[in-house]
Design a protein. Structure first.
Length: 669
């Protein structure tokens, strides 16, 4: 595809990307793999639709910039402190040992197989370092997505996996700093690494010390202008500006973007920034992976296919065994250790970032680059299947896991056999334990399921009827005596898991009433439609309790207070749903299903002025008019025939998208 314009090139990339992602979505595979496959297909070594130009590669670097910005945005000292043993213990050991073994193996292969492979493994210290760093990475995007879908993020192996992935994300920063330094002077490794590290530390100190003071102040000034366009422009300026500063300091674009994310993560604008940057990050990152796929030369891979398979199997088996052994040494069970190894043994997106940098610095020869790239691509393709079938693999190779699973189900069944008309408590945290105390006071039996082994051990030792088990698994619910139970209560505020439990209850015991706890009312309707008899939003219930105490202290008769609270619950919290959002509600802004209140002032000239309220059709777009305030007088539940006047304040309730449509309809000229 020679002589094409920039527009034609962009259209080809967009068309191929859309088709590739659609196909991989239909196959329930991560879009990242779709981008890689598209790049291989349309690249210069296959169909040849898109040439591999320096301009395309430089544009793709911005994908890495925004990816590193997102990593910096999620950089949380409190989170690191809480997971320090896993992150800086298990994660550090995994990355360092994998790199050392990979470096030693590659340098030995370059020496031992130089004649056999005709110089294929010509590699120096810098190339071995980059290759080790690339092979040490695992895919955060694929692994976290699959674990979240399987509701395994809070399991023992899920926590270990997240700790290792977090350190891998952090390790990319020094890798991107040290690799170019080694490429410039590979003979004096120690001095070059020390100089690059000192330079990086100096730049980081300057940016962090002065940036911390300036960032919050500057963002506050920009946010007060109340312009989404200005906020977005400012965000791009800071991200790309800091990337430019670090690049001109002899470091990398990605380091500056990481620092920008770190600085913004300390401000109250973090969540808004995360939502605003997401489209840029995802699109440009997709372009980056397309260009990675374009690098793959199918002809070279076919000529060295056996070597590709060897480099596919060896790193996967090495990382699987190493991570499993390290996890065991950190106290994990055999099953947990093997699950962690299966999830992290394949290559990751940051491996491509490091490999792409090594290729640009000419640290690896063309053939070796192609062989390693192909093996990493293939390992990422098998990653979803390893996680999907991890339970079967663990059960097959770890006899203790069979016994542990059988023992847990046996304990659960034995515990529930002696009870009838009992309550199944899903989750034995603070809410679950308080519920258990109330049930015990009324002589009502219960069986509690929880996935925290330490909590289960201590509570069971104290005489509580709790066993280790996953409430989202059908077998656990059956063993807990769901057919004999009179109610089931989900005490943790996790909608995805609650929906899974509700599906199992609908299949096994459709008449069993289920009570679900949620944080707020955002998922209330979804849970009711899934079959929940009662949904308890803790924020609203907390407000009711606060109001109850306040009214009683103010002298309102207790009977009237109880009647009012009962009325609110009978109407399923309808009158309390929605509230006015402020600067402290950034955590809720990302939840597009969150119902909120909004006041709209009808300025003179608005088309809605002079029209009956009912003729505007606000109810048809999912918006409810709660009140109309006119000349300091507030009229609640206004009639549909109310004629709107200039300067009326219309209070509406709905989800953000519907409110935006209502505001447009009310204020249109």
């Amino acid at each position: 595809m020679t002589g094409t314009t920039g527009l034609e090139l962009t259209l080809v990339l967009l068309l191929a990307a859309v088709l590739g992602v659609v196909i991989f979505r239909l196959l329930h595979l991560p879009p990242l793999l779709g981008y890689l496959a598209v790049g291989i297909l349309i690249g210069p070594h296959a169909l040849g639709w898109v040439p591999d130009t320096p301009q395309a590669r430089y544009l793709a670097e911005f994908g890495v910039v925004f990816l590193m910005f997102s990593i910096g945005l999620e950089f949380n000292l409190a989170k690191l402190r809480a997971m320090r043993q896993l992150v800086f213990g298990l994660g550090l050991a995994q990355v360092v040992l994998t790199m050392l073994i990979a470096m030693a193996t590659s340098l030995f292969a370059a020496w031992a197989l130089a004649d056999v492979l005709d110089g294929l493994f010509q590699i120096g210290w810098a190339g071995a370092f980059a290759l080790g760093g690339a092979l040490a990475m695992s895919s955060t995007a694929i692994v976290v997505k699959l674990l979240a879908e399987r509701l395994e993020l809070d399991t023992p192996h899920g926590r270990q996996i997240m700790g290792i992935l977090l350190f891998q994300d952090l390790a990319v920063v020094p890798l991107l700093v040290i690799t170019p330094a080694l490429a410039r002077s590979p003979d004096n490794v120690g001095w070059v690494v020390a100089l690059a590290s000192m330079k990086a530390v100096l730049v980081l100190l300057v940016l962090l010390v002065f940036g911390q003071r300036l960032m919050r102040w500057w963002f506050h000034i920009v946010a007060k202008r109340r312009s989404q366009e200005l906020f977005m422009l400012n965000l791009l300026l800071i991200t790309l500006g800091l990337a430019w500063i670090t690049e001109h300091a002899g470091l990398s674009l990605a380091l500056g973007a990481f620092v920008a994310g770190m600085l913004i993560s300390e401000t109250e604008y973090r969540h808004q920034v995360e939502e605003d940057i997401k489209p840029f990050r995802d699109v440009l990152l997709g372009l980056f992976f397309i260009t990675i796929g374009m690098l793959l030369n199918i002809r070279i891979v076919a000529e060295h296919f056996l070597l590709v398979l060897l480099l596919l199997c060896l790193p996967v088996l090495l990382k699987l065994g190493l991570i499993a052994l390290l996890a065991r040494s950190f106290g994990a069970s055999a099953g947990t250790a093997l699950r962690s190894g299966l999830a992290l043994c394949t290559a990751g997106e940051f491996g491509f970032v490091v490999l792409n940098q090594a290729g640009g610095l000419h640290l690896l020869n063309e053939v070796l680059m192609q062989v390693v790239l192909a093996s990493m691509l293939l390992s990422m393709l098998i990653a979803p299947f390893l996680i999907q079938y991890s339970d079967r693999i663990v059960m097959r190779f770890t006899s203790s896991e069979w016994m542990l699973a059988s023992l847990n189900l046996t304990k659960l069944a034995a515990k529930s056999m002696s009870t009838d008309r009992h309550v199944i408590i899903c989750g034995f945290g603070r809410s679950g334990q308080n519920l258990a105390r109330l049930l015990e006071a009324e002589d009502i039996g219960y069986v509690a399921l929880d996935l925290d082994p330490e909590r289960v051990r201590e509570a069971a030792a104290a005489g509580d009827s709790v066993v280790y088990g996953d409430a989202a698994r059908r077998e656990s619910l059956i063993a807990a005596g769901i057919h004999r139970a009179q109610a089931l209560v989900i005490t943790y505020a996790e909608t995805a898991s609650a929906l899974k439990v509700l599906r199992h209850v609908h299949d096994i015991a459709p008449s069993l009433p289920v009570i679900v706890r949620t944080h707020d009312d955002a998922d209330l309707e979804q849970l009711r439609e899934a079959g929940a008899a009662e949904v308890v939003p803790e924020v609203i219930e907390g407000s009711l309790m606060l109001g109850t105490h306040a009214l009683v202290l103010l002298g309102v008769p207790l009977s009237r207070v109880v009647k009012r609270v009962r009325a609110v619950r009978d109407e399923r919290y309808a009158s309390l749903r929605g509230f006015f959002h402020g600067a402290g509600d950034e955590d809720l802004d990302s939840n597009r299903a969150q119902i909120r209140l909004h006041s709209i002032v009808l300025l003179p000239g608005a088309r809605s002025i002079g029209q009956p309220l009912g003729d505007l059709g606000l109810d048809l777009i999912g918006v409810e008019v709660m009140a109309v305030r006119r000349r300091e007088i507030k009229g609640a539940a206004p009639a549909p025939d109310l004629i709107l006047e200039p300067n009326d304040i219309v209070v509406v309730r709905g989800v953000p998208e519907a409110i935006a449509l209502a505001e447009e309809r009310l204020l249109a000229h």
